[in-house]
Write a protein that binds this ligand. Structure first.
Ligand code: G
Ligand code: G
Ligand code: MN
Ligand code: NA
Length: 253
């Protein structure tokens, strides 16, 4: 397969890079962290979206190597920011399903934190609802990961099919409301009601809640009124390169 061949090369030749999208606390308007998003500019294929190459990496097993690179790079970068005086921020890393079910995941994450010198408080792992459906294996995995001292966010919430009863038992710290709901909250009373319900549920479960895909001031205002904790989306910034982060933070504060 063409993508597989070039992706293998890309990993050897260091063609991947990470961009970072800011996440802002809605109550005090401070940036609390950045989500890392992998990018691949292939000399042969041009810009390839992760939506395209992550599934290929999953199928071929390249995801282990790719995923470790992403984790190491994100941790290394956050530590570098901290050394430059940009402290107290988390970097969020998206995990794929095979990574999450890797028995060695917690050991690998622990080793990467050691190696990069990043405090576990500086790392958040994003998993999706579908990855938690196998309860027997998700529960101990989440427990071991959180024992490392890092936090776990449930990404794209609302697009999967977790039962609310299960959510109560799931050991997570944060829930990210999928942008498909957020994008219509000022136009659709149904979407506003869904988002309101998710936020209320998070309050009751003592989970931090993030709205993804916030694109307008009107959406931000409504989310603030509904008691949402964190906003992420093009209103604040699209994903940016690591070297743009210090400038972004200066302009922002
Ligand atoms: O950034 P963009 O909108 O192109 O991302 C498309 C999809 O790829 C999103 O669902 C995002 O979560 C996923 N993605 C981005 N970076 C990573 C990564 O480092 N690892 C995994 N597993 N998925 C990622
Ligand atoms: O699945 P995940 O939530 O990890 O996907 C994150 C992706 O969503 C990023 O690749 C980013 O490019 C995209 N994204 C982030 N903010 C916005 C936004 O405000 N609007 C739209 N349309 N896409 C966004
Ligand atoms: Mn994500
Ligand atoms: Na998402």
């Amino acid at each position: 397969m063409e993508i597989e061949f070039h992706l293998r090369k890309a990993l050897e030749n260091n063609e991947l890079l990470l961009q970072y999208q800011p996440e802002m606390c809605i109550t005090d308007h401070r940036i609390v962290g950045f989500e890392s998003l992998v990018r691949w500019n292939s000399p042969k294929l041009g810009l390839v979206s992760p939506a395209e190459f992550i599934p290929v990496a999953e199928e071929t097993g390249l995801i282990y190597q790719l995923g470790e690179w992403v984790l190491r790079e994100a941790c290394r970068q956050n530590r570098k920011w901290q050394d430059a005086g940009i402290s107290g921020l988390f970097v969020a890393v998206n995990l794929s399903s095979r990574q999450f079910y890797d028995q060695k995941l917690a050991d690998k994450v622990g080793a990467i934190l050691q190696e990069t010198g990043l405090s576990p408080k500086g790392l958040e792992l994003e998993i999706t609802e579908s990855m938690t459906m196998n309860r027997q294996s998700a529960t101990p995995t989440l427990q071991t990961l959180r024992q490392l001292g890092l936090s776990v966010a449930l990404d794209d919430f609302g697009t999967g099919y977790s039962s609310l009863a299960y959510l109560k038992e799931l050991q997570i710290d944060k829930l990210k409301i999928d942008r498909s709901f957020v994008s219509e909250i000022t136009k659709s009373t149904i979407d506003a009601s869904i988002v309101n319900t998710i936020i209320t549920l998070c309050k009751d479960l003592k989970l931090c809640v993030t709205a993804e895909g916030v694109e307008s001031e009107e959406e931000l205002l409504l989310l603030s009124q509904l008691g949402c904790n964190i906003a992420q989306g093009f209103l604040l910034s699209k994903p940016i390169d690591a070297d743009q982060v210090p400038g972004f933070l200066k302009r922002f504060s």
